[in-house]
Structure formats: structure tokens, C-alpha cells
Design a protein around this ligand. Sequence first.
Ligand SMILES: Cc1cc2nc3c(=O)[nH]c(=O)nc-3n(C[C@H](O)[C@H](O)[C@H](O)COP(=O)(O)OP(=O)(O)OC[C@H]3O[C@@H](n4cnc5c(N)ncnc54)[C@H](O)[C@@H]3O)c2cc1C
Length: 432
Amino acid sequence: MTTWTNWAGNVQAEVTVAAPATVTELQRMVRGAADRGQHVKPIGAGHSFTSIGVTDGVQLRLDRLSGIVRADRETGLVTVLAGTRLYALNEALWHLGLSMTNLGDIDLQTISGAISTGTHGTGGNLGGLATQVRALELVLADGSSLTCSTDENPEIFAAARVGLGALGVIATVTLHCEPAFALAAAEAPASLDDVLTDLDTNVLGNDHFEFYWFPHTRRVLTKRNNRVLPDTELRPLGPLRRWLDDDFLSNTVFDRINRLTTRRPTLIPRANSFAAHALTARDYIDRSYRVFASSRTVRFREMEYAVPRAAVPQVLAGIEGYLERSGEQIGFPVEVRFAAADDIWLSTAHGRTTGYIAVHQYHRRNHESYFRAVEAIAKDVGGRPHWGKLHYRDAESLRGTYDKLDDFIAVRDKLDPNRMFGNAYLARVLSA
Ligand SMILES: Cc1cc2nc3c(=O)[nH]c(=O)nc-3n(C[C@H](O)[C@H](O)[C@H](O)COP(=O)(O)OP(=O)(O)OC[C@H]3O[C@@H](n4cnc5c(N)ncnc54)[C@H](O)[C@@H]3O)c2cc1C
């Protein structure tokens, strides 16, 4: 047995590790575990904050199932092995003249882990990573293999793109990619009121718009990333500026500030004001995946709620009101992103235009009162929690906001009646 810990350090499990090198070996391992009556759980990069990836049985590490199986530049269809890390995928795609349409803010996750929890970036006209999936090859609880797409097993496809690791082990993912593109990034400080007043224009007038609100201030940092024409010359950040902003200020200095304010929380409002002013405007043009992803070395805990886009100002006002009333001091900016509605059953953007509000807490500080308060505010507007980030909801409370939850459970009953891929988290959010 080996002790496994997730990235945030808040979830541990004693597991038996198995690391298949081929899909056939993966099928054999799943069959073997079924014969022994063991639970099985594939794990990606362990970047989920929830215990969604925990098992008391066999942990399938898919690092050896990595790389592109086939790619068609004409159609943009690319089939990749399940354990492929996003950073490796992005680089390989670029050399094929292709790019992912949208990405989140880091690139360490595996493609399967990312889609399974509904990982997303930002873009008012774009969906999360799972909306780029065109087919999945699954290894089921008996070790057999099943392919699903909109033409083949469409119900399973609607469920499995954001499948929470509950339906089977994804062996390959077929993605629809686009001709490689670069992004012009424009980052600038602004006032929260200005951003909220022009919210729709900001969201719909940019390919990718997001902002970070510094609690206890009325300041935000805005990020607008827009596609440039194919022959535009790249103007990446110089190594010094990148190091200063992304490594030194956003990680090293930020960590020191967090250590200090953990001892003296009353300094947080001043620290936030300092941070809001220290991050100055910058513009650059780079390969899309380099603009999307940054490095995060400061450990934190996170909760993220998907709410109707129109409710974003109300939720932020609710959080501000809670902080004022409670006197709680929060040193991490609140990240606000956007997505178009999609048709994936358990996608947090299913059927509605979405705003995402993510709250963070330094790993040495208690997050619970803050997260529970934000959850109550988001729940009031029909909020849906990110499946990979901390929350306190169960199936009963989620049913009201996911009209396809019971259809998902029916697919699960068919594919995994004995709950070989089950764990305590899934029992909570899917009711046993
Ligand atoms: C620093 C940081 C930044 C983040 N940024 C973002 C962001 O910008 N946007 C966002 O939406 N989220 C973000 N997240 C959350 C993260 O993207 C998700 O939690 C994602 O699921 C992590 O991918 P992973 O490969 O680590 O999966 P894991 O956490 O290892 O696994 C997640 C789930 O996927 C299942 N799974 C893994 N592989 C398979 C497979 N082959 N078949 C079936 N199921 C499988 C696991 O069993 C588990 O249930 C961030 C997390 C961190 C720590």
C-alpha cells in the first residue's frame, strides 16, 4: 500500500497502485480488480481539492498512457491517451499546427481528469474543456471497452464527458482542435464597479475575459485575451517581466504575505490593496496555451460556484457583505470567469449562460466558515459547485439545479451497478 496525497494536501488515501502501459493492460487490471471485489479509481494529476479521486482499492495511475494516438489536421480531430498531461498535449498540438479552443489557468492536469470534473477556462461564447470532446473510449467495470459519441451511445456520451470518474475508466479522448492560434493578452487594474457596469460588453466583446477582485478593496485585475490573425508576430513577455510578475510577485511575494497575514490577519486589507496596485498593466502576444496557463506554487484550498451570469454582481455583493459583517479577512483574490451554456448533463454550465466565482484560502488558514458562507450565497441563485473543488452539497441539494442528475445516475446504474468506481464523495453527490 502507498499513501497518496492530492496537490492541495487536504486529501490522503492508502492505495494499491497499478500503472498500465497499454489499453489492453488497463482492461486486464480492471478485470482483475473486479474478480477480487476491489474498488478501482483512475487518478490524474491529483489536482482536485475534493476527495473525488479517492479509493480504498486500486489506484490506476495513467502516466504511461500518454500521448497522441492519431491526429487529422483537416478535421481537427485528435485522439489522445487518457493520462496525457495538458502541458504535453498543448506543445504536441502546436507542433501539429493545432490548438485547444479554450483552457483553464494551469496545465498540469491530465486530459481525462480535467474533463471528468468539468474543468473550464473563461470565454462568454465558449464552453469548458469537455465541450471540445467528440468521442470517448471507456473501459467498463467488467473490463470491456465501449466507445461513445453523439452517434454512438449518445446517452452515455452526454453523461461521460463530465463523468466524475463514476462510469468507467477513460482510455482515450477524441478532441476537436482548431488551427493553432496566438492570443493578445491585455491585463490591467480597474475598479470593480466599472467592470460590473460593463459586464456583458466585457464578457461578450472579448474571446476570453476574466477578473480578480481583491476583497476588502474595490479594485480588480482584468484579463482580456483575444485571438490575433495567423501571421501576427509573437511578442511574448520578456523572461525578467515574466519572472517578476508570475513567479516573484504572484508566487514568492504572495506566499510571504500569506505567511505574515496568517499570523496577523488584520494586515490583510492593506496587503490586498498593495497587491491590487503592485500588479500593473501589461500586454503581450504569445502562443494561446502559454497565455492561458500560469504557474501556481502557493498552496491553497478552493471552492468555485457556477451561477447564472446575470447573478455575478449579486453574488459578489453578497460575499462583500458577508466579509463586512463577519469581520473575516481574506487575502486571496476572488476569481471571476465566464462560459456559454452547454448540453453536457453534469457540466456546471449545463443549459445556462454561466459566471464562475472562485474563492480561495491559504492552506495554513481555515477555509470552512468563508466557503460555507459563499456556498449559501451562491446556492440562493441556483449555484452549482465545481466537482473538483471544495463544497458541502449532496445529491438531494444538487438535484434541484441539475435536471439531468437522475439520468446520470441511471447511466451509472447500468454501467457500474456494483459501484466498483464508487467512493464516499460519489456516494454523497450521486446518492449511493
Ligand atoms: C492550482 C490549480 C489550478 C486549477 N485551475 C483550474 C481552472 O482553471 N479551471 C478549472 O475548472 N479547474 C481548475 N482546477 C481544478 C482541476 O482542473 C480539476 O480538479 C481537475 O479534475 C484536475 O485534473 P487531474 O488530472 O488532476 O484529475 P484528478 O484530480 O486526479 O482526478 C479528478 C477526477 O477525474 C477522474 N479521472 C482521472 N482520470 C480518469 C480516467 N482516465 N477515466 C475516468 N476518470 C478519470 C478521477 O477518478 C477523479 O474522479 C485547478 C486545480 C488546481 C490545484
